[in-house]
Design a protein around this ligand. Structure first.
Ligand SMILES: Nc1ncnc2c1ncn2[C@@H]1O[C@H](COP(=O)(O)OP(=O)(O)OP(=O)(O)O)[C@@H](O)[C@H]1O
Ligand SMILES: Nc1nc2c(ncn2[C@@H]2O[C@H](COP(=O)(O)O)[C@@H](O)[C@H]2O)c(=O)[nH]1
Length: 236
């Protein structure tokens, strides 16, 4: 992570600027989780965040769902068989997993742990079951956002306009929406995605604010010690 990046204030503050030594302050990345009922817009918002923000990596899930026409294997998901999924799950290769709308989805463990250890933030587009599992495993690292549609009619219209799923699948997802929406109180932040630009700016603001939190600047104590040493030097 570059030392002088202003978008990740706590992460980018350098020890050099406080004490005359060099090297960026170590920090552990944030796990930014975004969930919503199908069609509310979380994929649109998360993909825009990845395009606009540096120092954040999208967690690419594995799924047994058939690929949609617009999706690319390895970019949107890794599309795998149920047998491959079971092997990954049983070997502990998944950080979390869930069955959603009749298909299996899971988060590969290794890329997430590597990114966090390297101080990169990781963005997850996962459902409430997965969010719960991440909270249980890594409570201090997780920041969660629930995205709501502006109305039921608009949710249906968005799924239809997306035109990637059959009528039956759209009906199934709308039927599941109420159960998913019931979990919104478990999240740290809630966005009503009416205007896409406004929603995106709000999501970006959440990331910025979370990056500035004291708890996410893991080695801030070292920075402050250096600052105090510097003050001692110049006031001696
Ligand atoms: N604020 C918005 N206003 C109008 N259309 C939107 C808005 N946000 C997203 N959309 C559109 O709604 C459709 C559904 O969005 P998206 O695919 O991001 O939903 P999703 O929550 O990720 O759904 P799923 O869980 O099924 O993947 C897309 O066609 C997207 O372009
Ligand atoms: N628990 C998990 N949920 C996931 C994961 N990847 C995606 N999802 C969620 O599944 C539904 C359906 O997604 P779609 O791409 O088929 O529309 C949606 O709520 C996703 O957020 C995962 O790895 N784990």
């Amino acid at each position: 992570m570059p030392a002088e990046d202003t978008s990740t204030s706590a992460a980018s503050t350098t020890a050099a600027s406080a004490s005359g030594t060099t090297g960026a302050i170590a920090r552990r990345g944030i796990m930014l989780v975004v969930s919503s009922p199908s069609g509310a817009g979380k994929t649109t918002l998360t993909r825009t965040l990845i395009d606009e923000e540096e120092h954040i990596t999208l967690s690419v899930s594995v799924t047994t769902r058939p690929r949609r026409p617009s999706e690319i294997d390895g970019v949107h998901y890794r599309f795998i068989s149920k047998r491959q999924f079971d092997v990954m799950r049983d070997s502990g290769d998944l950080l979390e997993w869930a069955e959603v709308h009749g298909n299996c989805y899971g988060t590969p463990r290794e890329p997430v742990e590597a990114a966090l250890a390297a101080g990169r933030d990781v963005l997850f587009d996962i459902d409430w079951q997965g969010t719960r599992q991440l909270y249980e495993a890594m409570r201090d690292d997780v920041v969660s956002v629930f995205v709501l549609p502006p109305s039921a009619a608009e949710l249906k219209a968005r799924l239809e306009r997306r035109a990637e799923d059959s009528h039956d699948i759209i009906v199934k997802r709308l039927k599941n929406a109420a159960e998913e929406i019931a979990h919104w109180p478990e999240y740290d932040y809630v966005l009503v995605n009416r205007d896409l630009d406004k929603s995106f700016k709000r999501l970006q603001s959440i990331l910025t604010a979370e990056r500035l939190k004291r708890v996410h600047g893991a080695d801030m104590e070292r920075f402050v010690d250096g600052l105090l040493d510097g003050l001692k030097d110049i006031t001696a």
